[in-house]
Design a binder for this molecule. Structure first.
Ligand SMILES: [Zn+2]
Length: 271
């Protein structure tokens, strides 16, 4: 598959892990885009502050672990807008009110996830602010992240990189994408990056509210979690990834029904 071979350029093990996670997220995003499901904006208005900064040197800004994947925004001067726990970086081409809406959604997602993890007696350490990079164009996103054009977003370390907001909004996947990616940051944090793919993707989809859409995907094969995990690591095609995503979501839903969501969250620290 084109996307996978492209990402094999990153030979170190951490790059491989990041790319695999991102491809799966992108797969879900594509799946969601194709269905053009509309979502509603949510959350309360964040307290935001804005400042403008000149373009930064990515070699100086980014730690070595992410340098290859996270160059600075390529066009125009970088602006920042912050809420309590998030810091968005974007160019002058992006409207401030759009960024405010993104921050509101993320703050609402954070409050929601905090409530869920607290119910599981888990503590989220706040690595704030969480950086949100909003790219001007799909070309910029692809060039900066190495992801395929159809990927909606990439999450790695303490940063979420997004396709242009108007694209995500027009496809009706903006809020779900933000919630899904934020969930990944917490899942990674709690599991120290060791959560199985099926559990991470299924739980992120659950938190993002993607169930109604994923339920439309017919899961025709009964896979063990071991087989699901194996195939998620080497999907043969985007279409297969969509089905594996739906299977992962189904597995997590089954766990939630049988042992409760709090127990599923606690699995992350026990895996
Ligand atoms: Zn994902």
């Amino acid at each position: 598959m084109k996307e996978v071979s492209k990402n094999r350029k990153f030979s170190r093990s951490y790059s491989r892990l990041i790319v695999l996670v991102c491809l799966l997220c992108g797969s879900a995003a594509l799946w969601l885009m194709l269905r053009r499901q509309q979502t509603k904006p949510g959350g309360n208005a964040p307290q935001v502050s804005e400042k403008r900064t000149p373009p930064t040197d990515p070699a100086r800004e980014a730690p070595p672990r992410t340098r290859v994947l996270t160059p600075a925004l390529p066009n125009n001067a970088v602006r920042t807008l912050s809420s309590e726990k998030f810091r968005a970086r974007f160019s002058a081409r992006v409207e401030r009110r759009e960024v405010e809406s993104v921050l509101r959604t993320l703050e609402a997602a954070r409050a929601d996830v905090q409530h869920r993890t607290a119910a599981a007696a888990l503590h989220q350490s706040e690595q704030s602010p969480l950086d949100i990079v909003i790219h001007d164009t799909t070309g910029d996103f692809v060039a900066a992240t190495g992801q395929p054009w159809w990927a909606a977003a990439v999450t790695h370390d303490n940063q979420i990189e997004l396709q242009p907001l108007e694209i995500l909004r027009s496809r009706g996947v903006l809020n779900q994408t933000l919630r899904h990616e934020y969930a990944h940051t917490i899942i990674d944090q709690l599991s120290h990056g060791r959560a199985p793919r099926w559990l991470a993707e299924g739980l992120a989809a659950h938190i993002a509210g993607e169930g109604a859409l994923l339920a439309q995907e017919k899961v025709t094969e009964e896979l063990t979690v071991e087989e699901l995990e194996r195939r998620l690591s080497h999907p043969a095609s985007p279409e297969e990834m969509h089905k594996l995503y739906a299977a992962a979501y189904k597995e997590v839903q089954q766990l939630i029904r049988t042992e409760g969501e709090a127990s599923v969250w606690r699995r992350l620290v026990q895996e």
